[in-house]
Design a binder for this molecule. Structure first.
Ligand SMILES: [Zn+2]
Length: 481
């Protein structure tokens, strides 16, 4: 089965055919580096990381070029620099480093190229020159604007009447615009802001321009896939498309346009433990990053993702269950012969076949991660059955399958013992306290209290094992759905 991707421009799922399979190109709009990334900003990073991993698998690591820009000149950056009395690079260097740290924590591979806007001012000016020369842009009051009426297909990506889009996006009304939808390519800098010379007067670029310039510089005038959040379709991507096509009279900018849905937060559903933690930088300190990644991929990327405490709890329980199964498998396979372990080798034909089937049935179908999760649950179930049956070869085989499948999504690559050693200290303390309370209740023959405590432990996904030395406990299994 070929890779199918939903293209926003044609509004259909299409078989993916790259222009050149030896150089598959992907561009995703990156962060504006002036503060910490919100968990909603991490969704496209993780979604397109899965696509990047999949493309690398299909075309080879060396044949996929992924560029994600860093917007390091912008009104908000300028304001932060003025407020703190520092050069913009002080702000942008700091938050670029933090962004890398946070996205690395979420298991996202770094893009092949990370172009910075300020390093591409010449390319942006060349693009403006070409647009002015071809009659698609005009200078007015120190600004250069793109003339939307010069491009008949303007609005085709968002597919809504221009008036609706303008109303929805609150497009700035300015006296120097010929049409309300015309957008800024170049504008004068305010006092204290960074400034560059240009044929149209000193100033700085408009935001949309940088992506067109950097796509062309790093990947070429036409690319295979352009991605980003749903909120970027209009005006950002509509404007990128218009600029890039008009500057070269090109037939297209990207062969496929992919957009991920919103991450929504319901304040009422977030009232428990994580209610006011929305920054990745803070979240990764409280929740294991792999749990956050699992949660970010739990809905199909085009669907909205409802971010709640219970989603996080569920994902945590799921990963604990999967790691517990892997831990049990690992314990059984200690000392097993190479011939037994060979059944779990990634290169073993039957392991390869199963992984192939996993990719075809889930990821190649427009990155269907919910389906992938069901298939991982199935693989874990088979591993669990093999463990129960005590069949070492089957344990090795199903463990190999589960690990290889999960790897494609960036999951389950930690040592399972290490996963549990790092278990949440708060939970450990709570469980120990409940167990002590239960011992006291049993000694007092207070069975009602003892039962209630047991129920409370079950609700925490804790399995209690009573033995001659007293009670021990471990995290229980749960279905990864
Ligand atoms: Zn962009």
């Amino acid at each position: 089965m070929p890779l199918l991707l939903h293209d926003t421009l044609s509004r259909e799922k299409k078989a993916f055919v790259p222009d050149d399979p030896n150089r598959v190109t992907l561009y995703v709009c990156g962060p504006t580096v002036y503060n910490y990334a919100h968990i909603g900003n991490a969704r496209p990073v993780v979604v397109f990381d899965v696509l990047f991993r999949l493309l690398r698998r299909l075309y080879g690591d060396e044949h996929v070029v992924y560029a994600r820009n860093i917007t390091d000149v912008d009104d908000k950056i300028n304001q932060a620099a003025i407020d703190q009395g520092v050069d913009i690079s002080v702000i942008t260097d700091r938050f670029t480093a933090i962004y890398h740290q946070d996205m690395d924590a979420l298991g996202a591979l770094r893009p092949t190229i990370e172009p910075r806007a300020t390093a591409h001012i010449d390319e942006m000016l060349a693009l403006i020159g070409s647009l002015v020369e071809r009659g698609h842009a005009y200078a007015a009051e120190g600004h250069v604007l793109f003339d939307t009426s010069s491009f008949a297909e303007y609005g085709q990506l968002s597919g809504r009447p221009l008036d609706d889009m303008i109303a929805g996006a609150r497009v700035e009304v300015a006296p120097y615009k010929r049409n309300p939808a015309d957008f800024v390519l170049w504008k004068p800098s305010k006092p204290g802001e960074p400034v560059w010379d240009s044929a149209w007067g000193p100033g700085r670029p408009g935001w949309h321009l940088e992506c067109s310039a950097m796509i062309e510089k790093t990947l070429g005038p036409q690319i295979d896939i352009h991605g980003g959040g749903h909120d970027l379709i209009f005006p950002h991507h509509e404007n990128e498309l218009a600029q890039s096509r008009c500057a070269h009279d090109g037939p297209r900018l990207a062969r496929y346009w992919l957009h991920n849905g919103f991450l929504t937060m319901d304040a009422e559903k977030m009232s428990k433990s994580l209610g006011n933690v929305k920054l990745v930088h803070e979240l990764v300190k409280r929740v294991r990053p792999e749990v956050l990644r699992w949660a970010l991929l739990s809905a199909h990327y085009r669907a909205p993702l409802d971010w709640t405490d219970s989603l996080i709890d569920q994902c945590k329980a799921t990963l604990n269950g999967l790691y517990q199964t892997l831990r049990d498998a690992k314990a059984m396979l200690i000392g097993a012969s190479d011939s037994v372990l060979g059944y779990g080798d990634p290169d073993f034909r039957f392991v390869k076949e199963r992984v192939e089937g996993f990719v075809e049935n889930s990821l190649e179908d427009d990155l269907n991660t919910p389906k992938a999760y069901l298939m991982l649950a199935d693989a874990a179930g088979q591993l669990r059955s093999a463990i129960t049956a005590g069949d070492l070869a089957q344990v090795a085989f199903h463990r190999g399958v589960l690990l290889e499948q999960a790897k494609l999504l960036g999951f389950l690559q930690q040592d399972p013992d290490a996963w549990f050693e790092g278990a949440d200290d708060g939970l450990k303390a709570k469980v120990e306290a409940l167990l002590a309370e239960r011992v006291a209740a049993r000694q007092a023959k207070d069975w009602t209290t003892a039962d209630r405590i047991r129920e409370e432990l079950t609700a925490l996904n804790i399995v209690v094992m009573d033995g001659p030395e007293g009670a021990t406990w471990r995290l229980g299994e749960s279905d990864p759905t």
